[in-house]
Design a protein around this ligand. Structure first.
Ligand code: V47
Ligand code: SF4
Length: 366
């Protein structure tokens, strides 16, 4: 039925590929990015989404821990980083962290997401102790922790290889990794927006090491800054290629650049139309990564709900007002969503809400 849509010109060939479950090429993806027919992009993205997850839309009960915002890096888009001793800097002790873990698990959380700055003097041993303390106090809580950038730098400080470091973290309780730190892989743009940060090739290598060790990970792309469509497609393509080898990525999360309180405040943020297009093209191109997540604290709940018609099948989680990264950059203030709210959001667009664990096992359908 959908095939009888009158699709204009060369887009027809791309649509045929999508409906025939064929991977589209990088040139096709660039053509889709340049396409102004948002409705068509939505139809194509939903065809891929339905193949991968039917009518399901996933969410979980989670909270974030941000152990410190003191960071040795100087990413120009970051609104959160502080120098040691600077006003607004924070460092949580392991005791602080355990207290948060107890509080949030008693609210029903099944996952803790831990991401913070790259602290100048906390090496891998501090983080190993932190994970052990969390596991001791909440043995059933899934620990999804540390971007590849944090792990790369904590291993360098501890003078051990990434392989050894990941093994230590895994033994201490690390079960999966979030997708941050990927930013944009193109080396020229990366050097401009986050000079000195873990290189793209190393980010990808660290994720491939994690996958081979049985640690699943996510992947992100920071968009709406200095990059063009070619850069975005190059980023997606490097992820798709790695996924072909390892199959270790669970979800892809586009991260919309937010401009408040950072060095790029003069840049206009991407429009909602651009955000929806970006979800759709990502879903169509990355057909070997099972899930596409809309991170609602960054784009807001209404835009996240709209994204469910553009290939998104995951709304992240309840968050419970536990993250500051995006509110400091202009995202949702005090982000929190009840299960009932997420369920309603999904039901209202006639899709099926599923509460999942971190690894997408179904806990409850609504
Ligand atoms: O790597 C920082 C981004 C990331 C800004 O895996 C910004 O489930 C936009 O990794 N505008 C960290 N983005 C967050 C992250 C994440 C978030 C949600 C879900 C998951 C997951 C992972 O935040 C950083 C950077 O790309 N970021 N500042 C900003 N001003
Ligand atoms: Fe540090 Fe992360 Fe901010 Fe970069 S984005 S300066 S690594 S806290």
């Amino acid at each position: 039925m959908i095939r009888s849509l009158k699709i204009p010109g060369s887009l027809n060939k791309i649509a045929e590929k999508v409906f025939d479950s064929e991977q589209i090429s990088t040139n096709d993806a660039i053509e889709l990015y340049n396409c102004s027919n948002l409705a068509l992009l939505g139809v194509l993205a939903m065809a891929v989404k339905k193949r991968l997850s039917g009518d399901f839309v996933f969410f979980n009960q989670n909270f974030h821990l941000e152990p410190t915002n003191i960071c040795v890096n100087h990413c120009k888009f970051c609104s959160y980083r502080r120098r040691e001793g600077q006003k607004g800097a924070w460092e949580c002790s392991i005791e602080d962290i355990v207290a948060d873990v107890k509080r949030f698990t008693s609210n029903g959380a099944t996952e803790v997401h831990i991401v913070g700055g790259v602290h100048p003097s906390r090496d891998i041993n501090f983080y190993v102790d932190m994970l052990k303390a969390i596991k001791k106090n909440a043995p059933n809580l899934h620990i999804k922790a540390f971007t590849a950038v944090e792990i790369d730098q904590m291993c360098q400080m501890g003078n051990i290889s990434v392989e050894e470091g990941l093994q230590k973290l895994k033994v201490a309780g690390l079960e999966s990794m979030p997708g941050g730190g990927a930013e944009i892989f193109d080396e020229t743009i990366r050097a401009e927006i986050c000079p000195g940060k873990t290189a793209s090739a190393e980010w990808l290598r660290l994720h491939s090491v994690a996958h081979k060790m049985g640690i699943p990970t996510n992947a992100t792309m920071l968009y709406g800054l200095l990059e063009n469509y070619e850069h975005r497609v190059d980023h997606l393509n490097r992820l798709r290629d790695l996924q072909k080898q390892t199959k270790g990525f669970n979800a892809f999360i586009p991260l919309k650049f937010k401009r408040e309180n950072n060095a790029y405040s003069h840049i206009t943020e991407s429009t909602l139309i651009e955000d929806l297009k970006n979800y759709a093209v990502s879903r169509i191109f990355l057909d070997n990564i099972p899930h596409l997540k809309a991170y609602w604290p960054m784009i807001g709940k209404q835009a996240a709900q709209l994204s469910l018609n553009f290939g998104v099948d995951d709304l992240d989680g309840t968050i419970d007002d536990s993250t500051k990264i995006y509110s400091m950059a202009g995202g949702e203030e005090n982000p929190s969503a009840s299960r009932a709210e997420l369920v309603k959001l999904i039901k209202d667009v006639k899709l099926v809400p599923v509460e999942r664990d971190t690894l997408y096992n179904i806990l409850e359908t609504f």
